[in-house]
Design a protein around this ligand. Structure first.
Ligand code: NAD
Ligand code: IPM
Ligand code: MN
Length: 332
């Protein structure tokens, strides 16, 4: 039986994951779901943000579904987020973030794109040191890292029927590092049969709003992808609607783009749609394409028929919304 690890985390993480699991369990998919824990609440209970047990559970699973965790409030310079540890441990080098409104009316602009974000290097090495009254960060952009993320972007673009990949960088300033990324991008794209172009990241932030229809597949470095994907989420229904997948060569971890949202945690108002769409990506990954299509269309129908959470103009609570999606699935 295919094993899938499930981690709620902190804040709204457990709320949106439980709501999603309510639906998945009713679907009788024949998957083995195994619970694991990490994050701040886990630390408070066990003394570990990322227990060894959790890593073992993930290592024995085909994929994982994860909600969100809270970064500890006290500044600890040596704290490394468990999610970043997992991205590195499993070499989940591609972060795929679709940016398309699920219903046209949820889109603020005409954006139908996907961001493929390099997920293991760039600004996220964690290698910071203090020297002569300054803090120096080692930012890594490697030829191998660039090549494999562009290859992944080509796959993602093809699988979505897209015709163009845009490399987003800051090579006008970061001459060597982002210069390498742009060079490797054009070399890798050469025989792809896809159109290739590039744009500087600050201009991209503006163009996502002012000329969104120029984008199809965006491939970019780690921090740029982090920032642009929150912007793209805001343009396509909000963080409550934005899914993502951390993908490596032999394992993948699926999580919504949003964080633990402490401002709304415990109120039963979080939108679980981002996590439900994330679960659709997981189902595709474990070769359950039909189940992914069914789940996605039940979600679309639920929203179309006016059952919604507050962030997108409805009144339903997190679990109640999930129940409505589950009802549509069983009424097929
Ligand atoms: P956030 O994404 O948690 O929230 C930003 C805003 O979006 C908030 O106003 C929140 O209420 C809203 N929002 C987010 N998800 C929503 C949903 N499903 N439904 C409705 N509204 C939603 O970002 P933040 O507040 O900057 O970060 C909170 C914590 O989460 C921090 O500790 C941060 O480090 C962490 N974080 C974790 C992850 C992760 O675990 N993958 C990702 C991002 C941030
Ligand atoms: C995300 C988050 C993470 C990131 C944080 C929580 C480490 O913002 O998944 O987008 O910066 O990648
Ligand atoms: Mn982020």
């Amino acid at each position: 039986m295919t094993r899938v690890a499930v981690m709620g985390g902190d804040g709204i993480g457990p709320e949106v994951v439980d709501a999603t699991m309510h639906i998945l369990e009713q679907m009788e998919l024949g998957l083995e779901f195994v619970r694991a824990e990490m994050g701040l609440a886990c630390f408070e209970r066990t003394g570990h943000h990322l227990p060894k047990e959790t890593i073992k559970t993930l290592e024995s699973s085909r994929a994982a579904l994860f909600g969100a965790i809270t970064t500890p409030p006290r500044p600890d310079p040596d704290h490394r987020s468990p999610i970043l540890q997992l991205r590195n441990h499993f070499d989940l080098y591609a972060n795929v973030r679709p940016c398309t409104p699920l219903l046209p009316e949820l889109g603020k602009v005409d954006l139908n794109a996907v961001i493929v974000r390099e997920n293991t290097e760039g600004m996220y090495t964690g290698r910071e040191r203090e020297e002569d009254g300054a803090v120096i960060l080692e930012r890594v952009v490697s030829e191998r890292g660039c090549h494999r993320i562009v290859e992944k972007a080509i796959d993602v673009a093809r699988s979505r029927g897209m015709h163009k990949v845009t490399c987003v960088h800051k090579a006008n300033v970061l001459r060597r590092s982002d210069g390498l990324f742009r060079r490797v991008f054009y070399a890798t794209m050469e025989n792809s049969g896809l159109q290739a172009d590039d744009m500087i990241v600050d201009a991209t932030a503006a163009a996502l709003i002012s000329k969104p229809s120029v984008f199809e597949c965006i491939v970019t470095l780690n921090l740029y992808g982090d920032i642009l994907s929150d912007e793209a989420a805001a343009l396509t229904g909000g963080l409550g609607m934005a899914p993502s997948a951390n993908i490596g060569d032999s394992f993948a971890l699926f999580e919504p783009v949003h964080g633990s949202a402490p401002d709304i945690a415990g109120k039963d108002i979080a939108n679980p749609s981002a996590t439900i769409l994330t679960a659709c990506m997981l189902l595709e990954y474990v070769d359950m394409k039909d189940a992914a299509i069914d789940l996605r269309s039940a979600l679309v129908r639920t929203l179309k028929e006016g059952d919604r959470t507050r962030d997108i103009g409805g009144t339903l609570g997190t679990m109640r919304f999930a129940e409505k999606v589950a009802e549509r699935l069983t009424s097929d």
